[in-house]
Design a protein around this ligand. Sequence first.
Ligand SMILES: Nc1nc2c(c(=O)[nH]1)N[C@H]1C(S)=C(S)[C@@H](COP(=O)(O)OP(=O)(O)OC[C@H]3O[C@@H](n4cnc5c(=O)[nH]c(N)nc54)[C@H](O)[C@@H]3O)O[C@H]1N2
Ligand SMILES: Nc1nc2c(c(=O)[nH]1)N[C@H]1C(S)=C(S)[C@@H](COP(=O)(O)OP(=O)(O)OC[C@H]3O[C@@H](n4cnc5c(=O)[nH]c(N)nc54)[C@H](O)[C@@H]3O)O[C@H]1N2
Ligand code: SF4
Ligand SMILES: [Mo]
Length: 725
Amino acid sequence: MNMPLPASVGHSACPHDCPSTCALDVEIGADGRVGRVRGAAGNDYTAGVICAKVARYAERIHHPDRLLKPLRRVGEKGAGAFCEIAWDDALDLIAERFVSAEQRFGSETVWPYFYAGTMGLVQRDGIKRLTHAKRYSNQFSTICTNMAWTGWMMGAGALRGSNPREMAQSDCVVIWGTNAVATQVNVMTHAMKARKSRGAKIVVVDIYDNATMAQADLALKLKPGTDGALAAALMHIAFRDGSADRAYLARYTDDPAGLETHLSTRGPRWASAITGLAVDEIEAFAALIGRTDRTFFRLGYGFTRQRNGAAAMHAALCVPAVYGHWQYEGGGAFHSNSGIFGIDGSTIQGAADADPTVRHLDQSRIGAVLTGEAAALMGGPPVTAMLVQNTNPANVCPDQRKVIEGLSRDDLFLCVHEHFMTDTAKLADLVLPATMFAEHDDIYRGGGQSHIVLGPKLTEPPSGVRTNHFVVEALAKRLGVSDRPGFGLSERQLIDDLLHRSGLERDFGDLAQERWIDKAVSFEEAHFLNGFGHPDGKFRFRPDWRGTPAPNRPPASVGLLGPVEALPTFPDHMDVPEAQDTDHPYKLATSPARQFLNSSFSETKGARSREGRPTLMIHPDDAGREGLGDGMLVEIGNRRGSVRLPVAITRAVRPGVLVHEGLWPNSDFLDGEGINVLTSADPVAPHGGAAFHDTSVWLRISGEEHRTQAGLLERRYEGPVRTER
Ligand SMILES: Nc1nc2c(c(=O)[nH]1)N[C@H]1C(S)=C(S)[C@@H](COP(=O)(O)OP(=O)(O)OC[C@H]3O[C@@H](n4cnc5c(=O)[nH]c(N)nc54)[C@H](O)[C@@H]3O)O[C@H]1N2
Ligand SMILES: Nc1nc2c(c(=O)[nH]1)N[C@H]1C(S)=C(S)[C@@H](COP(=O)(O)OP(=O)(O)OC[C@H]3O[C@@H](n4cnc5c(=O)[nH]c(N)nc54)[C@H](O)[C@@H]3O)O[C@H]1N2
Ligand code: SF4
Ligand SMILES: [Mo]
């Protein structure tokens, strides 16, 4: 077949919520349609590699179900009946409803709600400008990074780490609690370089045999929520065997003697009982990192989505400080570079109008907020009007029944700006169609690496869709705040302003030529050889859980969250999981699907056909005891709700542990409710966040048998797992 040649190749950045922020080459056909998308070869982090779902972007941007016209609800909420409405009428309606809500309850009754469906600093953060100018309720953003960033900050005092490209110089790469093959493929590019060129060993710490585990030389499949115990034992062995770097410890850390005493009872036997790992697996891991100076810890988000997640991150981060790995190129640790960019987005965010007395509502507790729990409302008025951009709370937020109950309230005016008719959009009074990344100007920064990347508009959007920026500006005019700071500028002007304020000495046009700016810090700074980020320059084994400033610390009005008193003094196992009892004998993790990105791409055929359908992985011992055959339908539940889905019987999971992959649309489940019906919105100590992978459930056979993709799952998860013993 003759394919039409691409008319041009445009340069952009992947807009999705992924630490990699790949630099992209996007084929644009003569007809303006997006063709193949490739990773930029010249960007030395992307290194020409992107994930398959974004390579297939044409499928998403030219999807037949894409929203192309504003829609107004007719009939019952959630019934799915909408009629077209003109843009001007839609915007007038929002303004009218926001004003009447404000007249009745005060400005805090309006809650603009957003997240990182696009990571573009203009299109994502502009909604804050409207929030501040109108003194609408702020969002305390807790859904993703809080536990991880808090735990890291408690130890290192700054959100940066060894350059992730240095992994190629490592002799041992520890991939801890991140399914990098699926969630940030570029980590594997650099880790595999080290394996090929230096024979580096790959260690993976996870709770099941996922695609990343399949790459491991040493595969450590521990019980969920026990990473703190593993970390403590690794450090115990270091002191026991003399592989602790005492000179480094004396110079760079706060209390090595206190740590050593504390760890004296945290040996491998103790850790084995907690983690379920064999003593010799823990010893092998300690021996490997003890003899390998260039050991690089790539610490992910997954292991922090537990009730002890912040403490677990801190504990894992303590390990390279004890062994002194930070001193070596290709050694140390990395989680996020979000602290290095020095970006000043204050104009975009309308920071000049931010009023500290306006309340912050917890994003993850949207169910409690919308169902009127007084504590969640911070003692303020009910939320009666919302604008939602770049997020799909009816699907992705914990405690889903409450979320849906709240979003379905008749006295809530809900406007959702979206690409597709998502679970959230289905509940809206008004749905607005949004542009996709290739159709608008924006600028991105990658927390998983160090580049600022420009994503200019490459093609015209369909005629009926509008940018987030357009909606924010149009509403500001109608709501009488378009004269406030930050309004009235184009996307390009806002990007120019951001570049200027951030001291980057270039404008949009310059960056369009350069494509990206590498903001990597020096070796000394990245490795904290000039001192850690705390005032005394020391790494903290004894964190100040109540005091240390962190990027996502709750505002003073919120205070600390979760069981703060249970946080350990020194790195340890913090034993606070959701109770597992005879009524709830299983632990469920809701891990990412390779072909989806959170809830995005679950609308595309390419992703859906590869993922199959919602499935529950269960160990053969459990299946045997429950009398389950492969593909049988089960119901799993707890006090928050239950879902029915077929099982895949597989040794990829441990006995007692269930894994469900992917944020499938709620409508893909037999009863129309998604997996987050089961997850809890209890905040994790000390700065909040959702423990998505810490859910206790019961399980029972649900009768009918269903054919599943179990065979496929077996093949995917039980590939060769090389284990060093
Ligand atoms: N394909 C794909 N890519 C994505 C996403 C996606 O949904 N799909 N999501 C994006 C987003 S928003 C984010 S924040 C990142 C997150 O990416 P990651 O850092 O990879 O974090 P998670 O996806 O939460 O989980 C990673 C792994 O942690 C495991 N895990 C769960 N509990 C524990 C535990 O107690 N200990 C250990 N050691 N492991 C545990 C999970 O089973 C999973 O295999 O990925 C981004 N990229
Ligand atoms: N059970 C369970 N739940 C989870 C997780 C888990 O591991 N397990 N992970 C959690 C994590 S880490 C995160 S970050 C959240 C993420 O949850 P969400 O923020 O909902 O994630 P996305 O699917 O990335 O994006 C949501 C929507 O943004 C829309 N969008 C994208 N670009 C634009 C744009 O330019 N304009 C507009 N108006 N809309 C746009 C997309 O179409 C998509 O529907 O989910 C959380 N939920
Ligand atoms: S989703 Fe992540 S890995 Fe895939 S292209 Fe985007 S930034 Fe790269
Ligand atoms: Mo996330």
